[in-house]
Design a protein around this ligand. Structure first.
Ligand SMILES: *Cc1c(COP(=O)(O)O)cnc(C)c1O
Length: 443
């Protein structure tokens, strides 16, 4: 099968996500035949460095032998069993492990990030109902927040295009200012911005806490907003305010979890324990869809009983799928075997050095880095910068998809020195390609 065959058939048969489909008349799909480590190979045998970890899910490269072996073994024991009334080793071991790593527990499972958001929101309001405060059923999130695209998750996702298209379906939640460090005025630090945003949260909670079940945040990096990074002081203050006003704190670690920000979980950098943690994306190392919600003993106890209406009501057919749980366990084993957090510090230093020319490029604003995430805001008038940059990078053997004018890298944790150099060199060259196009268009 040639790449164009597959791409053509795909356009006839598949509705691709997050894409106005007509664009593919001029922007061909990448038909991927196989993947190994950080590389994707197309059907013509060309390779592309997966510098965004296939939408932030892939941690240890594609087809990692340890995860593959664990999956093969699990497939020979138990493929799937329903989790209502049944249990199995993989889900028990994974739940114990996640509890040990977070200090929360009572893991409940879904298959995608948006479902984890739904579960956390439902659980929080149902908690307040069970303790006799049903009026606490509203939510508040951060400006620019992203928590998934199912209808419940959209209510706390502050992306204008979704809010207008699906407004009739959604009970919109409130938003408070983001602590995005780029909002710093001259002379201000990221912590100053965090304090300002926390003061706005406090003012909002003072007025609305009696009707509010939970605050939901993406800890330290609002990824979908364009890698908006912020100071951990915000999480500490938000946690204290949630405590004071009896509002749950939900941390959505779907993108930031599993080492992405430098710690295993981002909220740990603030030294807080939230009421709910949502996990997905990197949870299975990018092999199978799985999400989890973890919560406190106090929340769990409010549901504990024999009455059906008091019990948490959320189920789906593949809850706690053994293969996905086994892939997650193998992924967590890799963190220990490879001492990943430590190794990533060295890799991040190498990448930051290699990215120096991008950081100081005259068209770049707000060059920023946290853990294994780098981002640069590009000053350009080139129309459709993101698509053009994506195309330029692809022709240079690199998979990158800017968000608006924000170029970012979120690579897997397994790059060697040559791959670091390839990523940094070609990312810069693709920017120069775009600036050349911009010059030609304005000539
Ligand atoms: C990707 C993402 C989600 C949604 O996860 P899906 O698996 O795409 O539904 C939710 N929250 C955050 C922070 C995310 O980055």
């Amino acid at each position: 099968m040639t790449p164009s065959d597959l791409a053509t058939r795909s356009l006839a048969a598949v509705w691709h996500p997050c894409t106005p489909m007509k664009r593919h008349e001029t922007e061909p799909l990448l038909a991927v035949a196989r993947a190994q480590g950080p590389w994707l190979y197309d059907t013509a045998g060309r390779r592309y460095l997966d510098a965004i970890s296939s939408w932030w899910v892939n941690l240890f490269g594609h087809s990692h032998p340890h995860i593959r072996a664990a999956l093969t073994d699990q497939l020979q024991q138990l493929d799937h069993v329903m989790l209502a009334g049944c249990t199995h080793a993989a889900v028990v071991e994974l739940s114990e492990k996640l509890a040990a790593l977070t200090g929360l527990g009572h893991a409940s499972y879904g298959s995608d990030g948006a479902s984890a958001t739904e579960m956390a929101l439902k659980m929080s309001t149902h908690y307040w109902r069970n303790v006799g405060r049903p009026e606490k059923n509203g939510f508040v999130g951060l400006a620019g927040g992203y928590h998934g695209e199912t209808v419940g998750a959209l209510s706390v996702t502050d992306v204008p295009i979704f809010r207008s298209a699906y407004a009739p379906l959604v009970r919109l939640s409130a938003t408070v200012p983001s602590p995005d460090a780029r909002a710093a005025q001259p002379g201000e630090t990221a912590a100053d911005v965090a304090h300002r945003a926390a003061a706005a949260l406090e003012a909002w909670l003072q007025q609305h806490h009696a009707q509010t079940a939970a605050l939901i945040v993406e800890p330290l990096i609002q990824c979908a907003a364009g890698m908006a990074m912020y100071d951990p002081a915000y999480l500490r203050q938000a946690h204290a305010l949630c405590d004071r006003y009896q509002v749950h704190l939900v941390v959505d670690e779907i993108a930031t979890g599993f080492g992405r920000t430098g710690s295993l979980f981002a909220h740990q950098q603030a030294g807080i324990t939230p009421d709910f943690i949502c996990l997905s994306k990197g949870l299975t190392g990018g092999t199978l869809p799985l999400s989890a919600v973890l919560t406190t003993d106090a929340v769990y106890q409010a549901f504990y009983g024999t009455e059906a209406a008091r019990a948490f009501l959320h189920s789906h057919s593949y809850t706690g799928n053994p293969l996905a749980c086994r892939a997650a366990l193998a992924t967590l084993e890799l963190f220990e075997q490879l001492d990943t957090l430590q190794a990533n510090r060295a890799l991040a230093a190498q990448l930051s050095t290699a990215f120096a020319p991008l950081n100081t490029h005259p068209r770049v604003r707000h060059a920023r880095q946290m853990g294994m995430v780098w981002a640069w805001d590009v000053e350009t008038v080139l129309p459709e910068f993101a698509q053009r940059y994506h195309a330029a990078a692809r022709s240079r053997g690199l998979l990158l998809r800017p968000i608006g004018h924000t170029l970012y890298c979120m690579p897997p944790y397994v790059l060697n020195a040559d791959e670091v150099q390839h990523l940094a060199t070609q990312a810069l060259a693709a920017l120069e390609d775009c600036l050349l196009q911009e010059a030609e268009l304005s000539a």
